[in-house]
Design a protein around this ligand. Structure first.
Ligand code: G3P
Length: 498
């Protein structure tokens, strides 16, 4: 645990109170106020973090602006070297960081370790990708455009934006933080991290790994606190040059309030799983379980609605039911498949969707059961479009099945959603799969597998209310840069000399 380890300087008292990270040091807020982090399993306070003030945010952003200027001049290979070092430290300390994920967000123990290891790999890959793509520019000549002689040579390169504000969500407080931090840093930006409340302590541990790697003071900061005090203040701060956000509706509000700066937003999804008559139903059932119930459905890319052809629906539902019965339910420490959802209000919201569907006639394939934040996995058959769960994102272990009679009906339902993150199709007919993929208004379509963000270098993007911009390592590095041109103007057409 933090108090007895390399992480000791982050923590102050018992129950553990964590400091925030500013100008290369761990500090207590002058507000004297703290924010409690509730363990979703015990529903008791597990940790406390500092409630930072707007003045502390100002200091962090000033330091980030100063540090960024010299970081932009630091050779790319040196930036990469530090990132590789941070990645190794992160992986070395995966156990205490994973423990925070278990306690703060009830992530199953093995998945928590996987998140940290995946994060270290992401940071290393980002360093490697960065040295390659940022080491290249373009050279253009003027006489390809009508009316021009070869009198101008244009050199382009990628330059950093400045201070990047990273706001990750509770479900991947480490991985979706480093997926913003590493591209920002390799591209020569500085970073201000505002972690989610649930997950803040895991994020602070991750930041400490960057601290131990020896990055310059002020280049990386982590500010904790109440959204009401520092949320808008951060996102509307004139010192911020780019915002990378993953989360819910708040992202839409941020997009409206942010200034004229690049935005990268991932705001959820209602990913459909379309199964045709010729689909491999065993493969589909296995992917519905993995896609719909891993981390208790608390993933943007989770399967959130099954659209199954009526003629094979009974068989598919039976196969999924048999697999749901095998899911283990309980505490994350025991590495159960289904663990408590992150907050009581999330559990209440999920229950509201379930009760609405029940009242309107959905068939429950299992008994609905809840204890505190723990909700047993539930498959709801015969869901109709008038039920909220057909459209809304539960972010929990409850999965609706809509029976359909044509491919057109499936595409229509998927496209009628406000979201457009991912979708998946199960069929043995590749031609049909491609045509359906082309017709689906989502950023990604998976053929014969559940939706997922990874591997982390793949492009990842949402349409409509699911987001702005494209992520994935390469796209994030590019998004966190601007193109700079230098034009050499020659006195005479160069070929005239020879
Ligand atoms: O919910 C966040 C989203 O990015 C999901 O990531 O890796 O679970 O597909 P992943």
């Amino acid at each position: 645990m933090a108090g007895t380890s390399v992480f000791a300087e982050l923590v102050d008292e018992a129950p553990p109170v964590f400091k925030f990270y500013s100008a290369g040091e761990w500090k207590k807020s002058t507000s004297g106020k703290l924010v409690s982090i509730i363990n979703p399993t015990t529903r008791k306070t597990q940790y406390k973090v500092q409630a930072c003030t707007q003045e502390e945010v100002n200091k962090i952003i000033e330091a980030a602006k100063t540090a960024q200027k010299s970081w932009a001049k630091t050779p790319l290979w040196k930036r990469a070297e530090l990132l590789h070092k941070a990645a190794a430290i992160l992986k070395e300390h995966r156990a205490p960081i994973a423990e925070c994920l278990v306690k703060e967000i009830a992530k199953p123990a093995k998945d928590a370790v996987t998140e940290v290891v995946r994060s270290g790999d992401l940071v290393s890959y980002c360093a490697e990708e960065g040295v390659r793509i940022l080491g290249e520019g373009k050279f253009l000549v003027s006489d390809s455009f009508p009316g021009n002689e070869r009198t101008k040579y244009c050199l382009t390169s990628k330059i950093p934006l400045g201070v990047v504000l990273a706001i990750p969500p509770f479900n991947y407080p480490v991985n979706l933080a480093v997926s913003k931090i590493a591209p920002a840093l390799i591209a020569g930006n500085s970073i201000v991290l505002k972690p989610p409340t649930q997950g803040a302590v895991a994020a602070l541990h991750m930041v400490h790994c960057f601290h131990l790697a020896g990055f310059p003071k002020g280049l990386i900061s982590c500010v904790t606190g109440k959204g009401s005090e520092i949320g808008d203040f951060l996102t509307m701060h004139p010192g911020v040059s780019c915002i990378s956000f993953t989360g819910g509706d708040t992202g839409i509000a941020i997009s409206k309030k942010a200034g004229m700066i690049p935005l990268q937003m991932e705001l959820g999804g209602k990913d459909a799983c379309i199964i045709l008559e010729d689909g491999d139903l065993d493969l589909a059932a296995a992917n519905i379980i993995k896609g719909g119930f891993s981390y208790s459905g608390q993933r943007c890319t989770a399967v959130k609605v099954i659209l199954i052809m009526e003629s094979v629906a009974d068989t598919l539902v039976e196969k999924v039911k048999a697999k749901v019965a095998k899911l283990t339910v309980g505490p994350p420490e025991d590495d159960c498949d289904i663990t408590p959802v992150v907050t009581e209000s999330s559990a209440n919201f999920i229950e509201g969707l379930v009760m609405d569907a029940k009242q309107k006639g959905a068939t429950f394939c299992q008994e609905y059961k809840r204890e505190g934040n723990l909700i047993w996995p539930l498959l709801l058959d015969n869901v109709r479009p008038d039920m909220r769960i057909a459209w809304e994102e539960p972010f929990g272990p409850v999965l609706p099945v809509l029976r359909i009679n044509s491919i057109e009906e499936a595409i229509h339902h998927s496209n009628a959603s406000n979201f457009g993150l991912q979708g998946c199709i199960f069929t043995r007919d590749i031609n049909k799969a491609i045509l359906i993929s082309d017709a689906m208004e989502t950023g990604t379509v998976q053929i014969n597998s559940a939706p997922a963000r990874g591997p982390d270098h793949f492009p990842f993007q949402g349409l409509k209310d699911s987001g702005i911009g494209s992520q994935g390592i390469t796209n994030s590095i590019n998004m966190m840069t601007k193109i700079k041109s230098t034009v050499i103007n020659l006195p005479t057409p160069s070929y005239a000399m020879g």
